[in-house]
Design a protein around this ligand. Structure first.
Ligand SMILES: Cc1cc2nc3c(=O)[nH]c(=O)nc-3n(C[C@H](O)[C@H](O)[C@H](O)COP(=O)(O)OP(=O)(O)OC[C@H]3O[C@@H](n4cnc5c(N)ncnc54)[C@H](O)[C@@H]3O)c2cc1C
Length: 463
């Protein structure tokens, strides 16, 4: 009897907190699943952001690159991105270190999935376009067309029932006005820039929110002709090997470039200025470029470590607030966790036992375990990129050998690192490939000797 009540049946109500990608992906998949099972369900999404606004206020702040792998999945699901949403189709990546750079190309040329650069909200603050540009709004409209109700108000709290057979109460509202709604299942898709996570933590069922760090982003308006010729449809990624930056990217978006910085500590706007003044970065901007007086910037959080126990009876969390791959394709993680949660809810039920077994366990296996390996690989990569002599020698060797096995291997390795197209365990296998390592030994030794001699000379000279 208890188990039967903890199942989604005809006329079940689902309340989704958050109308970002995770919320819309859950809704879209739930509608498909309900249709497949021949049951009627009612889905309501609560969303606190107005995606028609420009700048951070209407935007779920990110570099907004849709990985080729996710783009292919959306296309397969019938979610076709209209031209008005796509800011730029991305050809590949240009990988910059402090002294050297190399263009990366798609390792699997037969794959048709394109990488797309979009805006999450309605474009940068102070931009003057007329059409709606928001990817998140496009996803939300997609589910509205399929019968989902959207309430553009914040959820303030949720009350779990004392009897697991009773529904959950969702309290929402604007200003001082509060309303409530009962739901058979509540889905938390509120991301990591919301205070909802700490409220859920205080419900006391064992949820620990993800560990996060503050990043920094800016939208730079530039002449589209300059962006086209300078960026050549490539995302510029920087591994400068200097503190506090771990990763940095510049994503071309027609008449804007989105700069995204992730550091080893919470970043501030001063770090943004330091980054933009770095000589390697300046080369990607017009020679007379100056920081504009007014510009669009934000300091969003990014996940460092996934959440623990993102579920209980009648409540499941998806997207960033649950488990996502660190520093890679957060949007695709939102897609994956939402799909897993939908499968668990519809096929097995909405009890905590079912979420533990059929949602949390597979999500951890797919995403969280790989993150542990990712953390090790990223620490090694941070160390290597700080050894300028080594990076420069290896990249120029590989560039000289363009088209050879070793050049293709390094290209694939770096491509997977920057795009997240392959899991971290595949990246580790690629990095430890014995033939690859053996071929690089002579180059490494030569570079090491040259570096030692250089240092000795400069020490003698300074005496
Ligand atoms: C600097 C940076 C760059 C990134 N670049 C990329 C990239 O290029 N590609 C990529 O795939 N990923 C990227 N990511 C990660 C990506 O942004 C996230 O993984 C993704 O947004 C997670 O989606 P979500 O739906 O879980 O959360 P969010 O996108 O944060 O959406 C949460 C939604 O919930 C709503 N909400 C919050 N609280 C409430 C409430 N109480 N009531 C009602 N609604 C609420 C918000 O309004 C919002 O719409 C980047 C992240 C950062 C920080």
């Amino acid at each position: 009897m208890t188990e039967n009540r903890l199942r989604l049946t005809n006329n079940s109500k689902i309340a989704i907190i958050g109308g970002g990608p995770a919320g819309s992906f859950f809704a879209s998949d739930a509608i498909r699943e309900a249709k497949r099972l021949g049951i009627d369900i009612k889905i309501t999404i609560f969303n606190s952001k107005d995606f028609s606004q420009r700048g951070p206020i209407g935007c779920n702040m990110s570099a907004a690159v849709i990985a080729g792998t996710l783009h292919a999945k959306l296309t397969r699901d019938g979610i076709i991105l209209p031209e008005s949403i796509i800011r730029q189709e991305i050809k590949g990546y240009y990988f910059h270190t402090e002294e050297h750079g190399i263009e990366l190309y798609k390792p699997d040329q037969t794959s048709k999935s394109s990488i797309m650069a979009v805006y999450r909200g309605n474009g940068p603050l102070y931009s003057t376009h007329t059409k709606s540009h928001s990817f998140d709004d496009f996803l939300l409209q997609h589910v509205i067309k399929q019968g989902v109700t959207v309430i553009s108000e914040s959820v303030i709290e949720i009350n779990l029932p004392s009897n697991r057979n009773d529904p959950v109460t969702v309290i929402y509202g604007k200003g001082g006005q509060h309303n409530s709604m009962e739901a058979d299942l509540v889905v938390g898709a509120f991301g990591i820039n919301s205070n909802m996570a700490s409220k859920i933590e205080h419900l006391g069922f064992g949820y620990t929110p993800p560990k996060t760090i503050r990043t920094c982003q800016m939208e730079i308006p530039l002449d589209p002709a300059f962006i086209k010729s300078s960026f050549q449809d490539n995302i510029q990624v920087f591994a400068l090997g200097i503190e506090p930056f771990r990763f940095a990217s510049m994503v071309p978006k027609d008449n804007y470039v989105t700069v995204s910085l992730v550091g080893s500590r919470d970043l501030t706007s001063n770090d943004l200025i330091d980054f933009l003044n770095h000589p390697t970065v300046r080369k990607n901007l017009p020679h007379n470029w100056e920081m504009p007086e007014k510009f669009c910037m934000c300091l969003p959080k990014i996940v460092l470590l996934h959440a623990k126990n993102p579920f209980t009876d009648r409540l499941v969390l998806v997207g960033d607030t649950s488990i996502s791959r660190i520093f890679k394709n957060g949007l695709e993680s939102a897609y994956i966790t939402s799909q897993l949660a939908v499968r668990a809810s519809f096929e097995y039920g909405i009890s905590k036992e079912n979420f533990a077994r059929h949602y949390y366990k597979p999500a951890r296996k797919l995403l969280a375990m790989d993150n542990k390996l990712g953390a090790v690989i990223l620490a090694i990569s941070d160390f290597v990129t700080r050894q300028n002599w080594l990076v420069k020698a290896r990249l120029s060797y590989v560039e000289d050998k363009r088209g050879s096995w070793i050049a293709n291997h390094l290209n694939a390795l770096l491509w997977n690192m920057v795009t997240g197209d392959a899991p971290y365990h595949t990246i580790l296998i690629q990095a430890l490939n014995p033939l690859f390592q053996m071929k690089l030994i002579p180059v490494t030794l030569k570079a090491l000797v040259t570096d030692i001699i250089k240092r000795l000379f400069s020490q003698n000279y300074s005496k």
